[in-house]
Write a new protein. Structure first.
Lengths: 209, 209
């Protein structure tokens, strides 16, 4: 945010801590302008990262019963709300674009995390950056469930809209199954359902075997 | 969602419960198409309800220390994530449009809540509709804090973008102060800050006294 604003009386009289919090909140507005490959269900436009993150948090609230018992769904919700924040700088990387994923994604996203989370007071920075790293590492039950939902949501958008990004980018079913395996680590019942959706998408000819 | 999809094998083999959950999740996609009066910070377009709800959940995570100690911030986050869902049917009512607020808002929103939350299995419907009613009633500490953030976010968008909806709809400072009083019930430190922002907006001539 333009530093001039922070020279004005409301910020002169506020704590440095509140100024940092407001600065971060304003920065977040940019996530509404980061576009994903996925379209809305009615195909009217591309989905953006902010509304995608909101949709995932709703999925977590509605589908929590399919997580393993040790999952803390409140942590999953928080993780999903911040999981794409780094894309303000790093941009969205299409999950089926393997060269981009392999080449530079991690590096770009780490630099972005350092810049963006550093807008916050130190304690909040540490809290959120470690939550983001946990999501990225997919090493805890909370992170596995969060990552599974992050795969399930675009799969639903594709299945219910004639193939969506699968058709447009000629993604074969084998690749979809491989990427969606993340859901098997999140929840066996959801994975059974997803396998059936993928097979049916092939049957419906909106996904090529 | 088109009932035909639910006749296909993935849903024939899934529980009725999962079918209802997926139906609700798909319905949620429509919130991305409900536009608010507020613009994004860069003034490029109107904000939609889904990304607004996401932004509010981020505010709750970042500003939780300004809530009174009895506030359960996880409940506040959930409340904010669903607080605008009824606008899928009822549309967004501009907070300064007092005739619409008084006339039909409650009725339209109740009908919408009944239709939309009824897509869910009974237990989830009860849970979410009572969370939504709590938010609307603003009678608990959690609901008061959530409602305060729902006022603070558009105020920040207006202050940091030359007046935004205040200028466009000729809203005077007295009305802004009256509507923003909700924040005083949410948090005294945030209210002190907001009062200062409103006075400075008058000073900057982006809001008329």
């Amino acid at each position: 945010m333009d530093q001039d604003f922070f020279e004005r009386p409301p910020f002169k009289n506020a704590s440095e801590r509140l100024r940092q919090q407001i600065d971060f909140i304003l920065e977040m507005d940019k996530l509404k302008r980061v576009l994903r490959r996925s379209m809305l269900l009615d195909q009217s436009r591309n989905e953006n990262d902010a509304e995608h993150s909101w949709h995932l948090a709703i999925l977590a609230m509605i589908l929590s019963e399919y997580a393993s018992p040790e999952v803390d769904i409140n942590r999953v919700v928080r993780m999903l709300l911040i999981h794409d924040i780094v894309e303000i700088d790093a941009g969205d990387t299409f999950v089926y674009d393997e060269s981009a994923v392999a080449d530079t994604k991690a590096e770009r996203e780490n630099a972005a995390a350092n810049r963006i989370f550093s807008l916050l007071p130190e304690d909040l920075k540490e809290e959120l950056i470690s939550l983001w790293r946990e999501f990225e590492a997919r090493s805890t039950p909370d992170a596995k469930f969060a990552a599974g939902l992050d795969r399930l949501q675009p799969l639903l958008l594709n299945y219910f809209s004639d193939g969506g990004t699968w058709s447009k980018h000629h993604v074969p079913a084998g690749k979809v199954r491989a990427k969606q395996r993340v859901i098997a680590e999140a929840s066996q019942p959801l994975w059974n359902f997803v396998e059936s959706l993928i097979s049916d998408a092939v049957e419906r000819k909106i996904l090529n075997e």
